[in-house]
Design a protein around this ligand. Sequence first.
Ligand SMILES: CC(C)(COP(=O)(O)OP(=O)(O)OC[C@H]1O[C@@H](n2cnc3c(N)ncnc32)[C@H](O)[C@@H]1OP(=O)(O)O)[C@@H](O)C(=O)NCCC(=O)NCCS
Length: 191
Amino acid sequence: MFSISLGDDGAQLRPLEPWQAAELLAHVDRGREFMGRYVAFPNAVHDLESSRSFLRGYAEKAMSDTGRIYGIWADGELVGGVLFRTMDVEHGTAEAGCWLEPSAVGRGLVTRAVRIIIDWAVEERGIHRVEWHVSAANEASIAVARRLGMTRDGVLRESYPHRGRRHDMEVWSVLAPEWRATSRAPAASRR
Ligand SMILES: CC(C)(COP(=O)(O)OP(=O)(O)OC[C@H]1O[C@@H](n2cnc3c(N)ncnc32)[C@H](O)[C@@H]1OP(=O)(O)O)[C@@H](O)C(=O)NCCC(=O)NCCS
C-alpha cells in the first residue's frame, strides 16, 4: 500500500479502508478508554461489523468528496489516525480531527499527520477554512490546534453531552492564507 512518511522515525500515514476493519478494531481496543475520554469515536467501533461499517461510512464520504480518513502506523502497527469529519468543497470548509492510542502519544505524530492533510485540503482542494472542534477539557487536542497555528474562534457552551456531563466545545480554525504563512515558517519554529 502507498504511504507518506511522517519523518525519520519510520511512522507512516496511509489510507484507512474497510478491509482494515479488524486492524482498526484491535487498535481501538488497545486505546478505547483513553481515546474515548472526550470523543464518542471509539463507541462506533466495538466489534468487527461496526468497525467495517465505520470505515465504509468514510469510504462513502470519500466517494462523495465529503470527508476522508487516514491511519497512522508506527513500527508496522496502526496506532492512530486523522480525518476530515466533514468537507464541503463548494463552500471551502472542512473539519479535521485526530486520535492516537496511548503508546503513540508525545511524539508529534498527529501534528505531523494533520499538517499533511491540511496542506492537501488547502493547496490541492481549495479549502479556505479548516476547523477543529474540541472539548474545552481536552488539553492535548487544544495543544495540537495551537501547534497547527489555529485560532480559537469561540466556545459552544455545554453543547456536547459525553460520558454523563455536558462539555463546552471550543471551535478552532485556520484560514488558507494563515496556513500558507505558517507553513512557510522554518520547521524549528513550528513544533
Ligand atoms: C489529541 C491527541 C491525538 C494528542 O496527542 P499528542 O501525542 O499530544 O499529539 P502529537 O502527536 O501532535 O504530539 C505532540 C506531543 O509530542 C511532542 N513532540 C515530540 N516531537 C514532536 C514533533 N516533531 N512535532 C510536534 N510535537 C512533537 C510535543 O511536545 C507534544 O508533547 P507534550 O504535549 O508533552 O508537549 C491524543 O491526546 C488523543 O488521541 N486523545 C484522545 C482522542 C482525542 O481526544 N482526539 C481529539 C478529538 S478533538
